[in-house]
Design a binder for this molecule. Structure first.
Ligand code: TXA
Ligand code: MG
Length: 361
């Protein structure tokens, strides 16, 4: 790692792939020689390495400070690449790919021999995704077609939705950051395990259970996704870690909206009385009611996409502002809301308090 002096940042224009060609070529050369390049996808920024090169994969773990039993997702840019890295492609996977690839969906398959255990964290299975972002696709192709890319954050921090977030975590640890502006979705891809029948969602994302069921019928959801209190270990190894965590203590307040607002006013008032620096993660509808602390609005309660889009950025902003305690409204957990609430609960270490309980005290 000590051969990297300063991380190079290159800005690309998402609509102008032609003038990006030279820059992308440079990124491809770094990847092919075993180096690390962060790049934008439609979900979050990824930390790219040659997925078929075990030592490149190892470098990824070092740069992120990530436990080596937590496998990487291999990113491809064309469907033909899939058959080289997986053992067999079930009929349902063809259908899912036809509908959702390229896009924010990852599928888990039995791995083929060419995929090193260094990439799969020692597993016999491999996670594969084809992102729907022109810059990501160009970088993958330039890098040889098989690029492992975990989210480009230090392990335990919120995933990066801006190139500046990647820089905060990865400067001097990786060769290059390809800056393609702010990402579109803001939470990581849905992970669907195709090695079981019916297939199982291991991590919720913007492609929802209902959307997948419309294509292949009934699927399952890993029971730990919305109930992390359960004694079972999550089936995606990475989901067991206290990911996405802000530095401050985070508490989620759940219940009817009116009660949430009243409870938020009460607890933030008490924090301020204790001279605590307090933060609020608020909806557009809640914002006018709050006056204590540092209030950050993530969007309307009726716009689940906006809340998903803004959550990680807001958590990172709170880290910079050194708040000691953050209270967040709970949001709708339907559709993409399942991904948002899954990540928010992880960030809170599963601390969810009912508004009515707070109001009774
Ligand atoms: O949207 C995304 O998927 C982003 C962008 C960059 O594409 N990538 C991403 O990668 O979120 P990462 O490494 O931060 O998260 C990958 C998750 C981890 O929870 C890991 O345990 C799980 O995928 N995973 C990877 N391979 C797996 C496998 N073979 N079986 C089960 N889970 C797997
Ligand atoms: Mg991650």
């Amino acid at each position: 790692m000590d051969r990297i002096k300063k991380t190079k940042i290159i800005k690309v224009n998402i609509d102008d792939n032609k003038s990006n060609q030279q820059l992308i070529k440079e990124a491809g050369m770094i990847l092919k020689s075993g180096g690390l390049v962060a790049f934008p996808t439609e979900t979050v920024y990824g930390l790219g390495a040659d997925a078929l090169n075990e030592s490149a994969a190892k470098q990824t773990y070092t740069a992120k400070g990530r436990p080596s039993d937590n496998p990487l997702i291999i990113h491809i840019a064309s469907y033909e690449c899939l058959e080289h890295i997986v053992e067999d492609i079930p009929e349902k996977a063809h259908k899912v790919a036809e509908k959702f690839w390229p896009g924010p969906l990852t599928m888990v398959f039995g791995k083929s021999e060419i995929v090193p255990y260094g990439t799969t964290g020692g597993l016999e299975t491999v996670a594969v995704r084809m992102p729907d972002h022109p810059v990501a696709q160009a970088v993958i192709e330039a890098g040889g077609g098989y690029i492992s890319a975990p989210s480009a954050n230090s392990s335990g921090r919120p995933s990066p939705t801006l190139a500046s977030h990647v820089y905060e975590d990865m400067n001097e640890k990786i060769e290059m950051i390809v800056d393609g502006g702010e990402v579109e979705i803001g939470v990581e891809s849905t992970i669907l395990d195709m090695t079981v029948d019916p297939p199982m969602i291991l991590r919720p994302g913007s492609i929802t259970k209902e959307m997948i069921e419309d294509v292949i019928g009934k699927i399952q959801v890993d029971s730990t996704v919305m109930n992390a209190q359960s004694d079972e270990a999550p089936k995606a190894p990475g989901m067991k870690y206290r990911h996405y965590a802000p530095k401050a203590k985070l508490v989620i307040i759940d219940g009817e909206f009116d009660d949430i607002v009243k409870a938020m006013i009460k607890v933030t008032g008490e924090s301020v009385d204790r001279d605590q620096k307090v933060g609020i993660i608020s909806s557009l509808e809640g914002t006018p009611f709050y006056s204590n602390g540092n209030i950050k609005c993530v969007g309307s309660r009726y716009d689940k996409g906006a809340i998903a889009h803004n959550l990680y950025r807001v958590l990172r902003e709170f880290d910079e502002e050194d708040v000691e305690c953050i209270y967040s409204e709970a949001f709708d957990s339907n559709g993409i809301g399942m991904a948002t609430m899954n990540r928010l609960k992880k960030a809170a270490g599963q601390t969810v308090v009912q508004a009515t309980e707070i109001l009774q005290k």
